[in-house]
Structure formats: C-alpha cells, structure tokens
Design a protein around this ligand. Structure first.
Ligand code: ZN
Length: 236
C-alpha cells in the first residue's frame, strides 16, 4: 500500500513529529550537523538549555534563547497545513510533537501534545502570571514580571521532567490510533521516542530523510522531505 491508500482507509491518525518538521520552516534542528550544536558558542547548547544553567546564568540563557529559540516569524509548511486539514476533516485525532515552536497551532491544528513545551507560553516563576513570546522579545535581559519574579519559558529544559498530563494524553491518543505517522525525527530523543511503543493500530508509516529506529516495524518508510510527501497527499 502507498501512503495515500493508508491515509484513505484510516480514521484515527496520530502524527508523531520531530525537528525535521520544523527545519522545513527554517528552524534549526538542535541535533543535526548544521544545527545549533555546531554553531559557535562558548557553552554547548545542551548545557545552555539546562535548568542548572538557567538558574545560574539567566542573562546568558536569555541571550541565547532570544537569539536562537524564538523564531516568531517562522511560518507553517505543507506538512503542518496537511495535518491541520486532516484533523479538521475528522481523520486525525492528535499531533504529538517534540518541537516547541507552536507551528502546528499556527497552521490550525487543535489537538497538539507538545512533549517539550512551547516558546509561545511563558510564566512568572513567582506568581504564575503568563506572558506571550512577543512580550519576552520586547523585554531586555532577564524578563521580569511586574511582581519582580523571573519569567520562564514553558519549555522543558535539560534536567527537567516532561509534563505528566501531556505524556498521558499523547499515549492515550497513540493507543487509540489506527494509523501512526512518524515524521521528521530519527527517534533518538528519549523518553519521547519511546512513545511509539504504545501504538497498536494497523499502519505505521515513517517519513524521514534518514533511517530511523522505527523503520523495521513500519509498513511504509519514505526517505524524503516531510513537507513534500505530506503536501502531495490528498488526505481527505
Ligand atoms: Zn509575577
């Protein structure tokens, strides 16, 4: 069966996506060769984006964060748009993403489980007042709440736990799915990548530029651009 046939006979599709979905919107992949790890910073991004570093060096954290992590002008690509269309048509039940850029929602998706949080949500660590990404960009240095507390992006930093409710919602959607599309991820980031184990449906499809750990279990593996492949599918 090809991708179109599988989509046509599925009604509870779950999409599980990673950095590759966003790189086609111009957002760098932290782990790729030309991603953030290979750009020149005094401290490797893995350390910069840790909770320890955030606590100890908030000025440097936010310098990096504003420079690299807030792509507010990025636009959804064909993959984001197709997934939103499939949801609107009642064929796709959820998007589970490792990305933090909010592009699925920008494309119109409603049910999105953001395993690593979102740069679009920020909150005061003292009084829990929420702030938009635009407000964070407009502030200098370490963003501060009116109450004096530090504002933290609602993203899961290294050393931090994933949100229990997000995880259980994602697992539930995957367990109920009849088709799972894994796209734009090589499935190396745990625990997020382990979620594929909960899939018990009929068709597992992998769309990624390179080989993944899920290829052996998959009905269909497509090594190509996620935007082009999903964009070309009729879907509805
Ligand atoms: Zn506050």
């Amino acid at each position: 069966m090809d991708l179109q046939q599988i989509i046509d006979e599925s009604s509870r599709i779950v999409f599980f996506g990673g950095a590759g979905v966003s790189t086609e919107s111009g957002i760098p992949d932290f782990r790729s060769v030309d991603g953030l790890y290979h750009q020149h910073y005094d401290v490797p991004p893995e350390e910069l984006l840790s909770r320890t570093y955030f606590n100890r060096h908030p000025e440097a954290f936010f310098r990096f964060y504003r420079d690299k992590m807030l792509p507010l002008n990025a636009q959804p690509n064909a993959a984001h748009r197709k997934l939103a269309e499939l949801e609107q048509a009642g064929r796709l039940t959820a998007v589970v993403t490792q990305n933090i850029d909010g592009l699925h929602q920008k494309a119109g998706s409603k049910k999105v489980y953001e395993l690593h949080g979102s740069v679009l949500r920020n909150y005061c660590m003292r009084c829990h007042e929420s702030y938009t990404a635009e407000e964070i960009v407009a502030m200098d240095g370490v963003p501060k709440c009116e109450c004096g507390g530090t504002i933290k992006p609602d993203v899961v930093l290294y050393e931090e736990m994933l949100d229990d409710q997000v995880i259980s919602g994602a697992i539930h959607a995957i367990e109920k799915a009849d088709m799972m599309i894994v796209g734009g991820t090589s499935l190396v980031v745990y625990p997020a990548a382990g979620m594929i184990r909960y899939f018990r449906g009929k068709h597992l499809v992998v769309i990624n530029m390179s080989a993944t750990q899920a290829d052996r279990q998959a009905d269909l593996v497509i090594n190509d651009s996620i935007g082009e492949v999903l964009g070309a599918a009729m879907g509805i």
